[in-house]
Design a protein around this ligand. Structure first.
Ligand code: UD1
Ligand code: UDP
Length: 365
């Protein structure tokens, strides 16, 4: 008799839904696993937007999001809830992706219950605990207690091995974001490019709140003043620290502030963009695959591959520096062509398939 093994997939925020969808789909299609989806709902509206668009059925919804939530409060509410689900479902494994409070909470809950934890997107590092905060610390702690570390690249895998993670626990799989991206691109109509230059902007990281974010917004206004053929499209993250400042400072006829877009509309927007300014992790992975130059509004990044390959630049939050970088690219067609060559350091869209095979292989030993 074929006994189905229960695998719990935990998701909390928008990017986790985007990157876990291929894993959930692959588990659902398997003949050996029963997939149980837990949504902590660390994000509410942005998570629901993704779950609905991808038709993900949630088995347990913890509904944890609070306005302006604190990290400890969120974690403290999450742990007993996850523990109860683990006791009830008695899973073979727990799987989560990335570096959010939800992922750290899931790894810790699994560890305490002695259930193997699978970490999707393992081995990313800046080695600066303040950039990004708290994500870098969460990642480092998760790697110590994960049973399977699914690294997107050889570099990430080697990082883990250098830190002392056993080789047998490290697997290079690619990043599931490419699985989702290629699926979306295959469903979208051909790109409808207009004459004007489009800059897509997204920002949300905690370390940018306040003055650094003001600097970025002022730079955007200066760019628009000097480049009359440029339009900025900015889907604003609902975090009050970001949303309030964006709506008060970014008032300009060529800035379009939008609510968060569903994934397919956002990928379509990226395809129409000329360049992207972002502090997002996922967009640093998607933009090179779509052949879009990306300026990373951060002091450091755990995704060095596109920068080393000349497809992305780290521009920080200094007004003059961002202005110089953006204007140089807008004015220099040769530089633009070099940065706009598609680049795939994060795999070719089969990461979820590899992850599921690794989980299954261990069952058969
Ligand atoms: C979180 C993650 C970050 C990830 C990002 C993806 C942590 C510590 N941070 O950051 O790593 O890159 O998600 O976007 O895990 N809010 C809403 N509706 C939503 C989502 C958020 O109103 O759908 C507001 C709420 O007031 C919430 C606040 O944004 O309290 C912050 O949400 P939170 O998940 O704590 O932080 P993010 O900045 O979204
Ligand atoms: N994204 C989206 N709609 C938007 C903005 C972003 O679907 O309006 C997607 C984007 O394609 C990427 C992910 O959300 O896959 C990135 O999320 P975010 O920047 O919030 O988080 P991070 O990747 O930094 O953790």
């Amino acid at each position: 008799m074929n006994i189905l093994r229960t695998i719990i997939c935990v998701i909390g925020t928008r990017p986790e839904a985007i990157k876990m969808v291929p894993v959930i789909r692959a588990l659902e299609a398997s003949t050996w696993a029963r997939c149980v989806v837990v949504a902590t709902a660390q994000h509410r509206e942005m998570l629901d937007q993704m779950l609905q668009r991808f038709n993900v059925v949630v088995d347990y919804d913890l509904n944890l999001m609070q306005a302006n939530q604190g990290l400890n409060q969120l974690l403290a509410c999450m742990l007993p809830e996850l523990d109860n689900i683990i006791k009830k479902e008695k899973p073979y494994a727990l799987i989560a992706q990335g570096d959010t409070t939800t992922v750290f909470g899931s790894a810790l809950a699994a560890f305490n219950a002695q259930i193997p934890f699978g970490h999707v997107e393992a081995g990313l590092r800046t080695y600066n605990l303040k950039h990004p905060f708290p994500e870098e610390g969460y990642r480092q702690m998760i790697s110590k207690i994960a049973h399977w570390n699914f690294a997107p690249t050889e570099l990430a895998a080697n990082t883990l091995i250098k830190e002392g993670v056993l080789k047998e626990k490290v697997f290079v799989t690619g990043n599931t974001c490419i699985d989702t991206l290629l699926m979306a691109v295959n469903q979208l109509p051909p790109v409808n490019k207009t004459q004007e230059k489009i800059i897509v902007l997204t920002v949300h990281r905690r370390e940018i709140f306040g003055q650094p974010l003001e600097n970025v917004f002022k730079t955007i206004l200066k760019i628009l003043e000097d480049f009359k053929n440029v339009k900025v499209i900015y889907p604003v993250h609902p975090n009050p620290h970001v949303k309030n400042l964006a709506h008060s400072l970014l008032v300009h006829p060529r800035i379009i502030l939008k609510d968060p877009l569903n994934y397919f509309d956002f990928v379509d927007l990226l395809r129409q963009a000329d360049l992207i300014l972002t502090d997002s992790g996922g967009i640093q992975e998607e933009a090179p695959a779509l052949g879009k130059p990306v300026f990373v509004i951060r002091e450091t990044t755990e995704r060095p591959e596109p920068i080393s390959a000349g497809r992305a630049k780290l521009v920080g939050t200094n007004e003059d520096y961002i202005y110089h970088q953006v204007s140089s690219l807008l004015l220099n067609e040769d530089l633009y062509r070099e940065m706009a060559k598609p680049y795939f350091p994060y795999g070719n869209g089969d990461a979820a398939k590899k992850i599921i095979s690794i989980l299954q292989a261990e069952l058969e030993v």
